[in-house]
Write a new protein. Sequence first.
Lengths: 107, 180
Amino acid sequence: MGLTLNHFLVLGALLFCIGLYGALAKRNAIAVLMGIEIMLNAVNVTMVGFSFFNKVKPYSTYLTGQIFAIFIITVAAAEAAVALAMIISIYRKRSTVDVGEINMMKW
Amino acid sequence: MDLTGLLFWIIAIILVGSALLVVGLRNIVHSALALIVLFAMAAGIYLLLNAEFIAIVQILIYAGAVTILVLFALMLTRTSNLGGSSNPNNKQWWLAAIISTLVGAAIIFAATLSQYSTAQGGSGTAYGTTSACTLPTNNVTYIGQLLYSPTCYSYVLPFEIASLVLLVAIVGAIVVGRED
């Protein structure tokens, strides 16, 4: 039984929904951020799987999936830096990281 | 079962298990440590898919930089006012479980069973122009050519825009996190 694209797509989908649960259900803002990182990794697994199993000519020649994954990693690193700076800044003002208590923009 | 399939199942089981540990553990520092295992196992998946450069980048950026950032943020914030555990669920966690299960089932259905699934396509029609450059066989060399080359088919403009995004993100992080 060889590996097919479906194996990697199902793996990516499982990781994505676990990360979605973490991002939706957690009260700690850093745990929400970790859920988002899991979701981005799931998308990367899917992209690299598409790149490996792709047979459509220009995209398989130019490794479009892997290039997409590299840009996703870049944006994810920037997102993690900005989000953690925001969390620390909010903690300094409100001394909490509970996303249920950060409601100053709610009306 | 061949060696690649065996490695895939071992890595996939550790990957999903560590993801469940990240969302399930009561202590958030343990969650962050399980996150390191998850990133390393994702690098193993990339190695199985012949993407050596992305595997190394995954180890360097995710398992190195992002996890260190998360651990620093955990050390700089105190979570004693969250109740007993430092990684608690909110009141709507059952709703989140239902939503994420439905989303996962929809994605798996769309990817494998649906009649429009991409996995059953792949007709292999060739179109577009081919580059005049010789294509390197080494993955790292090839990705380097695809990212930087000014003459061959490459992604130079998105690469430069990505550097701009990083610059803006660094400046934004400093401005937001500055103590004034």
